[in-house]
Structure formats: structure tokens, C-alpha cells
Ligand binder design. Structure first.
Ligand code: NAI
Ligand code: OAA
Length: 347
């Protein structure tokens, strides 16, 4: 699923892409909200290397003039701007503010908000991040209502429903254009299974369904061709994928959560959205979207992408009895977290 995007990144970075000049003409404006943060900076770097991006708009409440000035020295075809809520944009001639940051954007990636510290759940971030996401999505509704929104800010299981409610109130909601980014769960599952099978991770593509928090994350290892782990290994790999975020939070010991792997995952997700916008008809990736596959109103599953975002929420095929057990356990939690977001947006 990701091998093409990954190859393009290497090509762009080494400036040898034979696609470079031809695809630059199809480049889109991409805005990163939270661009000065732990995820935002490396994500912006990767997007600056993308031949599918013609304009990179970095927005944050602090630091974006520096991030943009720094990125602007990288010799790729895209322009870059650093936007702040008030005065002090970069370049100085550029209008500052969220309106300038968002106007004309085709894709908006949102990693704005606080990360976890050890001992916290993603839901513990709700009180701070719910309001941040609500405010930013209101601005998206006002200034780029047709953009695809890719929500990274946690808790994704609640922030995506918040975004949906905000967009509905503004009269611009399209389920095709609102995605929670669960790509990091796929990256982790691929990495862990490839190591267990002695394979190159690029040859593994695990479907991960559900949500993006603990047991709501469900990797479908039964669908990986040639993979038949012992019960014990399957349990260990499933739990490690579900709690991969905690592994990083613990190792960072108070300095935050996954940033570099998330920047990579956010880049892969965005590249695939852009590739579909540019006409590719083979783009399928997991995303947390409005869904009728289960009785949870939002659910992550493989989705087909086209020029306007998600064109089909695909099913997830047959799952094993082991996976069904996790699914039964997950759904009440997931539905509760979704409802919490909906209630917040409507209070
Ligand atoms: N979906 C996923 O798989 C993952 C999600 N995350 C989540 O991503 C979020 C960001 O994580 P980090 O980058 O590590 O945090 P960070 O604290 O390093 O960066 C967040 C950035 O958001 C900015 N920000 C805060 N309020 C803002 C606003 N109203 N408008 C614009 N920018 C604003 C901050 O100034 C900061 O630069 C967290 O909520 C974290 O839990 C992290 C890893 C994986
Ligand atoms: O664990 C966290 O808080 C950050 C995150 O969502 C992840 O790494 O999957």
C-alpha cells in the first residue's frame, strides 16, 4: 500500500524523481495545523519533499515563521508559508492568520494539541484537545470547506466526531472528506509482523480496524498471507499493536508521545490522499471515517480514495474468532468515546 509513496519520498529527497516536473503541475496546497510541534515539524519536512505539494502552509500558535523560513531553503518546487494567529507571518509579505493559512487548501492535516505523558490515556487529553480541534475545524469550514481533513490530534475516537458535528453545524459536512489518521497503527502492525515473519516490512500490509486507542485498535493478523503465529505470539503482537503508543510514551518518559513515526505515518496518509486527488485509481488505505460497517458511527477500515476524498468505505472481510472477541470488547468503548465527542460539540 505504501511502497510507492515511500519510493517517491526517497526520490524527492535525492532530487532524482522522474515524476518531479510533471507532477509538480498537479501539486496542491496542503496546510498543517500544529506545524511547530513534535509531529508538525517533521511532517512539514516530509511534505516539503513531496512532488504532490505545490504550497505548504504551516500554521501554529507559535514558531511557524521559523519553521517555514527553515523549510524554504530546501530546494524542492513547493512554496512554504509560516502562519500565526496574529502578526508575524513568514515571509513578511504574506498575510498572516488562519484565513491565509487555509484558503485554497486541498488537504488540511491537524496534529495540533497536547500529547500524553506516562500514566495518561488518550482520553485524558480530551479536555484540552477537544476545544482546539473544534476551533480549528470551524476555521476549516469557513475558509476551505472543500478540503479533505486529516485529524491526528488525540483522542481521535472523539476528535473526529467533534469535527463532523462542527462541519454539520456549518452546513459543509461531507463524510468523504473527514478522516481520522490511523496509519500509525498500520505502520506498527506491519513492522511487528514483518519482524516476526523475517520479512521486509514493505512486503507486509496489515489491515487495522476499529479506532485509535488501546483495545479499540484491532489488527487483522488472520488476513496476513502466510502468517500463522502461535496463540501466544498472536496475543503478544495484537496487544503490542494496540498499545504501541504507550510503548513510546513510556520510553520518552514525560517528553511526549510518538512524533517521528507519526510524522512518517501522516505523510504516507497525505501522500495517498493527494495521489488519489491527482487521478490515481488504486488508492486504498485504512482511515477512521463515518461508517455503517458496525453499530459504531465512526470506524476505521480500508477505504478507497478518489479525487474528492473517500469514494468507498470498504468492508474488512472475514475475521477470526479471536479477532471477533476483541471486536465485541471494543465496540462499547469506541461508541462511548464517539458519543463523548458528539456531546461536546453539541453542548
Ligand atoms: N493519530 C495518531 O496516531 C497520533 C496522534 N498524536 C497526537 O497528536 C497531537 C500532537 O502531538 P505532538 O506533535 O507530539 O504535540 P506537541 O505539543 O509537540 O505539538 C502540538 C502543537 O500544536 C500546537 N497547537 C496547540 N494549540 C493550537 C491551536 N489552537 N492552533 C494551532 N496549533 C496549536 C502547539 O503550539 C504545538 O506546536 C497530540 O494530541 C497527540 O496525542 C500523536 C501520535 C500519534
Ligand atoms: O500514544 C499516544 O498518545 C500517541 C498516539 O496516538 C500513538 O502513538 O499512537
Amino acid at each position: 500500500m505504501f511502497s510507492l509513496a515511500s519510493r517517491r519520498l526517497v526520490n524527492a529527497a535525492t532530487n532524482k524523481s522522474r515524476f518531479f516536473s510533471s507532477t509538480a503541475a498537479m501539486g496542491k496546497k496542503v496546510a498543517v495545523l500544529g506545524a511547530a510541534g513534535g509531529i508538525g515539524q517533521p511532517l512539514s519536512l516530509l511534505l516539503k519533499l513531496s512532488p504532490n505539494v505545490s504550497e505548504l502552509s504551516c500554521y501554529d500558535i507559535v514558531g511557524t515563521p521559523g519553521v517555514a523560513a527553515d523549510l524554504s531553503h530546501i530546494p524542492t518546487a513547493s512554496s512554504v508559508t509560516g502562519n500565526l494567529p496574529a502578526a508575524g507571518s513568514w515571509p513578511p509579505s504574506h498575510n498572516t492568520g488562519i484565513e491565509a493559512a487555509l484558503t485554497g487548501a486541498s488537504v488540511v492535516v491537524i496534529p495540533a494539541g497536547v500529547p500524553r505523558k506516562p500514566g495518561m490515556t488518550r482520553d485524558d487529553l480530551f479536555n484540552t484537545n477537544a476545544g482546539i480541534v473544534k476551533g480549528l475545524v470551524e476555521a476549516c469550514a469557513d475558509f476551505c470547506p472543500d478540503a479533505v481533513l486529516a485529524i491526528i490530534s488525540n483522542p481521535v475516537n472523539s476528535t473526529v466526531p467533534i469535527a463532523a458535528e462542527v462541519l454539520k453545524k456549518k452546513g459543509v459536512y461531507s463524510p468523504k472528506k473527514l478522516c481520522g489518521v490511523t496509519t500509525l497503527d498500520v505502520c506498527r502492525a506491519n513492522t511487528f509482523v514483518a519482524a516476526s515473519m523475517g520479512k521486509d516490512p514493505k512486503d507486509v500490509n496489515v489491515t487495522v480496524i476499529g479506532g485509535h486507542a488501546g483495545i479499540t485498535i484491532l489488527p487483522l493478523f488472520s488476513q496476513v498471507p502466510g502468517f500463522s503465529p502461535s496463540d501466544e505470539d498472536r496475543e503478544a503482537l495484537t496487544v503490542r499493536t494496540q498499545f504501541g503508543g504507550d510503548e513510546v510514551v513510556k520510553a520518552k518518559a514525560g517528553a511526549g508521545s510518538a512524533t517521528l513515526s507519526m510524522a512518517y505515518a501522516g505523510y504516507l496518509f497525505t501522500e495517498e490522499v493527494l495521489r488519489a486527488m491527482n487521478g490515481a485509481d488504486d488508492v486504498v488505505q485504512c482511515a477512521f471515517v463515518e461508517s455503517s460497517l458496525t453499530d459504531a458511527p465512526f470506524f476505521s477500515s480500508p477505504c478507497k480514495f478518489g479525487p474528492d476524498g473517500v469514494t468507498e468505505v470498504m468492508g474488512f472481510g472475514e475475521i477470526s474468532a479471536y479477532e471477533q472477541k476483541w471486536m465485541d470488547q471494543m465496540l462499547p468503548d469506541l461508541k462511548k468515546q464517539i458519543q463523548k465527542g458528539i456531546d461536546f460539540a453539541n453542548q
